[in-house]
Ligand binder design. Sequence first.
Ligand SMILES: Nc1ncnc2c1ncn2[C@@H]1O[C@H](COP(=O)(O)OP(=O)(O)OP(=O)(O)O)[C@@H](O)[C@H]1O
Ligand SMILES: [Mg+2]
Length: 267
Amino acid sequence: MDFPRTLPEGGDVLPGVANAVAIASAKGGVGKSTVAVNLALALAADGARVGLMDADIYGPSLPLMLGLRDAPEMDDEGRIRPLQAHGVSTMSMGFLAEEDAPVIWRGPLLGQATQQFLQQVDWGELDILLIDLPPGTGDIQLTLSQIVALSGAVIVTTPQAVALEDVERGIAMFDKVEIETLGIVENMCFYVCPHCDQKHALFGEGGGQSIADKAGVDLLGQLPLDERLRAAGDSGTPLIVSDPMAPQNKAFTDVGQALVSALSELT
Ligand SMILES: Nc1ncnc2c1ncn2[C@@H]1O[C@H](COP(=O)(O)OP(=O)(O)OP(=O)(O)O)[C@@H](O)[C@H]1O
Ligand SMILES: [Mg+2]
């Protein structure tokens, strides 16, 4: 896969990173972390150099989802080395927040702490860094977007009729800081019956496309509601690692390709 470069080369923050994409949603629990992890692994399986950063300070999910047990280490120059998980470089802001959380991660200090964190992590050369955001449209989302010149954002949504408003709130937040929404991913759209292989659209078909059309962005992909995806995420070994041939993985590969095309259109 050919990645474009949408970030400035040799910048202050993320100097070796060609593209940085935030995975966001206004509402919690829609599957941002699931999408971020599986998308990162799908891109890595296609040969990309991928980083994955968990920007959820209070409720980091990546250590659990990727089975990371160790704390990251610092090198002699005080730079933090990302942890390697199934070929993806990963780092969680949650590692740094344990003790000082109430003081540092608020208000004016938040920006400083975030910037310091970002500059300290030695990502090396990456084709793409995915940033798994906490839910909402608050401080951390805006701060991050201001510090890192993100290539763009992907908004994760679910197919209920009410989701349009959440998607629009997400897009509006990124608009405010002049970050382009590259598209939406509709998660938990359909269910494939394990007995008869029949596809059931739980909330009707076409919801994601219609939300994308109304919001004026691309639909990057649709993901099944799937028990194996959930169980694999909770166990620390994502499905794409435990069973690379599982049909569920294809959806993430497709989203990865759509995302790379969307990035290419920016350049
Ligand atoms: N496609 C899916 N099929 C089955 N379960 C899923 C799917 N996507 C997510 N889940 C499950 O739903 C729960 C919430 O997912 P996840 O943690 O990825 O959401 P999130 O948007 O990151 O949540 P938060 O807003 O708290 O960060 C998890 O238990 C996850 O395993
Ligand atoms: Mg999450």
